[in-house]
Write a new protein. Structure first.
Lengths: 517, 314
């Protein structure tokens, strides 16, 4: 079946029928026309120059395009995704013989057909504005291509996430949450160390503004490693692989309902992609790094002064941070796939090993890959830093303790008994542990840096402090070192308790069965 | 030839094994009752067959195709109906049928007539343009039944399909299923209402705690478990009849535990052979006992299930 044959695409039709009610269409049409008319009337009351009036109208149309496609379209994509899950009609589509590609295509474009239709109508309305002096056809085309790329990426992401977020199968939803924690980790770390990255600008499609901003006060970079790409190409390089990742997750949700949405290979590829992109943007900044740093006195919480690009001791830190990569892979990443109540029980011989999560099984190759990726993430920063061996070691210990604490935290929740509200609890605990200490400081106006021994309770500050130690600006503080280890110990005590509890329950189950037999 | 072949199927939910290494085959055009208490693994098995639950291990072959390898071909003519009907609340009745007709490859130009035909069959023509959210549960159930029958299925997987239906709708559903079966569809139907299944199933598969306990035609199972026949009698003159009856029980070596009484009726349970009950009845009549009522009944699914279930538990 051809996925583009929309007349015979069931998921497309189901969305089409629901969203093609005349009242909805007419009301929305009136709304769009009213906004345009009001803009025209409002501008023309105080402006006599026709080109300014028409230009204002052009910007309103562009704005409407963005809002309709990226905001309303994304919301509807999410809504239609969760409709499939909550009404359980998703099971009917899983059971149908339609090709997976047709299902994925039908849901993504069916849920947003109305927004796409409005988008293309507005695109046609934009074309006559090329007659205005400052607007040309290339500008309009690039803007629209950029919005289309972002639209497809946003809609696909929201459909996939909504299919997972309301998932009734516990394994998948928890898996998805943990996956997002892992996926969020590198972003988060990256944000702390290299704020205002061009990566996010491309990811969120902000580069589209470049095509309509006339005064060019906002500049976006297309620099990548030693290349200079057009912005639209750079946006495609960032968004398309992530779009494919989302599509893969969606496909697996359709045909592998009780497996994680992404296989371990998917996650590995994603991490590799992130490393490739982040390093690419970072390296591209080398040529004018001094200039950038001169204009940026604060970086995250700490002032950075990159004094040398390459140090002789770089190999030492490379070694240390590959060590951190191994720790991450050992304590955190396998938790997603391997450590669970099921594993505890199977070790007791009560359950045979299951095939279901085979693609998530931990192997030596996977651990080495994660170690490599984990280590490589940090190398660019290490190589540009200048610090003493003591600071380097302290930084390493701090980062390690945070990784161990996070591993313990995951283990605790993977083994936890409180199932129904597990997602709620995991979120609450993360918020308390990660954000609250940090937010209290911000709200009270205290300087996090001067009170780092308290702030280091939160890994948010702990990580940041560990990285800042690399530039030799802060003396090592014993309290700062002890606090994360204390947190790590606490997390592992909790995890151990859950482990024992599962074993006790397993033992109880066995004796009961024996009695029965 | 088997249209459904299940071998060593196992379904796990985390640490719980819902279905444990079960194997069975379903023949073309036959109706199978899927019986078992709550938590026996019926729904998990049906979901695994419908391709909406991944088995931990085992092979499922539908229409000659391996579900894991040739998913789309295997599911081409498979209809699945869960106990609670999943519907799009904001779609109209005809739109719902149209959507799923499209999912099973019925062409756009053929669909309007097709949908009309099925709406008439399930008596929902009058509600054609109503939103589904305004339908009662019974109507929704009928709509979902039409959804799975409209595709001309070879295999029908029905999980408690009659729940929520009134007696008239149940009869209507039975008639539709009989028609589908007559057209060559294989039906696997799970139900708690065992008397309902008795009327039209050819064979029964009994599950207990995820294990397949027994499978076969009702007669085969009856023989397998030591078939039971019940002789139900009511004496015209109870006092006189009872004297002869008790003597005959002793002479035939039937213990008092095999006899139960329901008001004025006496029920004798025979476990050795099918002829035992009729031989006893002949002797009773030849000894001059006048009977106001008599009947010989074979075990129905309910009796078999209770017996097998009791054995399993003990």
């Amino acid at each position: 079946m051809n996925p583009l044959n929309l007349k015979n695409n069931a998921l497309f039709l189901s969305c089409w029928y629901e969203r093609s009610r005349p009242v909805q269409i007419i009301c929305f049409g009136i709304l769009i026309l009213s906004i345009m008319l009001l803009t025209f009337m409002s501008v023309s009351t105080h402006e006599t120059r026709p080109e300014v009036i028409w230009k204002s109208l052009f910007y309103v149309i562009v704005g409407l395009q963005g809002v309709v496609l990226l905001v309303q379209g994304t919301l509807f994509a999410g809504h239609m995704g969760s409709r499939e899950r909550t009404s359980e009609t998703l099971d009917f589509h899983r059971n149908s013989p339609e090709p997976i590609t047709a299902k994925v295509f039908g849901l993504i474009f069916g849920s947003t057909w109305f927004e796409w239709a409005v988008f293309f109508i507005l695109f046609v309305l934009e074309l006559p504005f090329v007659l205005l002096p400052d607007i040309n056809i290339t500008q309009i085309l690039l803007l629209n291509i950029s919005l289309i790329l972002s639209g497809i990426f946003f809609h696909t992401s929201l459909v996939t996430i909504s299919l997972l977020s309301t998932n009734k199968k516990r394994g998948s939803s928890l898996g998805a949450l943990l996956l997002f924690v892992f996926l969020g980790g590198p972003f988060f770390f990256y944000y702390l160390t290299t704020a205002s990255s061009p990566f996010f600008s491309h990811l969120f499609g902000l580069t589209a503004f470049q095509y309509i901003i006339v005064d060019k006060t906002i500049q976006f970079s297309g620099s990548f490693y030693t290349f200079e790409f057009p912005l639209i190409v750079m946006q495609a390089i960032v968004q398309i692989p992530l779009f494919l990742l989302m599509i893969n997750g969606m496909k697996r949700t359709f045909c592998m309902p009780n497996s994680p949405a992404w296989s371990k290979i998917d996650v590995l590829c994603f991490c590799g992609f992130l490393f490739f992109m982040i390093t690419g943007f970072f390296m591209a900044g080398y040529s004018n790094l001094d200039q950038i740093l001169a204009n940026r006195t604060r970086h995250g919480f700490y002032p950075y002064s990159f004094e040398g690009f390459f140090r002789q001791e770089a190999y030492l830190y490379t070694f240390l941070y590959v060590g951190i990569g191994i720790m991450i892979s050992f304590f955190c990443v396998p938790s997603y796939f391997k450590r669970s109540k099921y594993v505890v029980l199977s070790k007791k011989g009560l359950i045979k090993n299951r095939v279901m999560f085979d693609d998530g099984a931990t192997s030596l190759f996977t651990i080495i890959s994660y170690a490599f990726i984990g280590g490589m993430f940090l190398i660019p920063y290490i190589m540009t830093a200048k610090c003493s061996t003591l600071s380097g070691m302290t930084s390493f210990l701090l980062l390690s303790s945070n990784v161990v604490a996070f591993g313990g935290f995951l283990e605790f929740f993977r083994l936890g008994r409180f199932r129904n509200n597990k997602i709620f609890l995991i979120t609450t605990m993360l918020v308390w542990w990660v954000f609250i200490p940090w937010m209290v400081f911000l709200m009270l106006g205290y300087n996090v840096r001067d009170n780092i021994f308290v702030a280091s309770i939160s890994p948010l500050s702990g990580f940041s402090h560990a990285v800042s130690l690399l530039i030799d600006k802060h003396p090592a503080n014993l309290v700062v070192l002890v606090v994360p280890f204390f947190i790590a110990s606490l997390m592992w005590i909790l995890a151990r308790q859950e482990h024992s509890s599962v074993e006790r329950q397993a033992g109880f189950g066995t004796s009961e069965r024996r009695k029965d037999s | 030839m088997s249209i459904v072949e299940v071998s060593q199927l196992r379904v796990d939910y985390d640490e719980v094994t819902a279905v444990n290494d079960i194997s069975f085959n379903l023949e073309r055009g036959k109706v199978y009752g899927f019986v078992g208490p709550n938590g026996a693994g019926k729904t998990s098995t049906i979901k695994a067959l419908a391709g909406i639950l991944e088995p931990k291990q085992g092979t499922i072959i539908l229409n000659g195709y391996n579900l894991e390898i040739d998913r789309e071909k295997a599911l081409t003519h498979v209809g699945y109906m869960p106990d609670f009907p999943p519907v799009y609340e904001n779609l109209k009745v005809w739109e719902y049928l149209d959507v799923f007709a499209a999912a099973y490859g019925i062409k756009a130009e053929e669909r309007p007539n097709h949908v009309e035909k099925w709406l008439e069959k399930i008596d929902l023509s009058i509600k054609k343009d109503s939103l589904i959210k305004g339908l009662s549960r019974g109507m929704r159930q009928r709509l979902v039944l039409a959804k799975i029958l409209e595709i001309g299925p070879n295999i029908l997987l029905l999980d408690e399909p009659a729940s929520g239906l009134d007696p008239i709708a149940r009869k209507q559903m039975r008639d539709l299923l009989k028609e589908a079966s007559a057209n060559g569809a294989t039906i696997l139907i799970s139900s708690h209402i065992l008397s309902e299944l008795s009327e039209f199933v050819d064979s029964v598969i009994i599950l207990e705690k995820g294990n397949l306990v027994l499978a076969g035609t009702i007669d085969e199972i009856r023989k397998q478990i030591g078939g039971i026949q019940k002789l139900v009698i009511r004496f015209s003159k109870e006092e006189e009849g009872l004297v002869v009856f008790e003597k005959l029980l002793i002479s035939e070596g039937i213990s008092k535990e095999c006899v139960t009484r329901e008001k004025s009726k006496y029920i004798v349970h025979f476990q050795k052979s099918d002829e035992e009950a009729s031989r006893f009845l002949n002797k009773l009549i030849s000894n001059g006992v006048i009977l106001a009522e008599c009947s010989i009944k074979n075990d129905d699914i309910e009796d078999i299930f209770l017996k097998v279930g009791a054995k399993e538990v003990s």
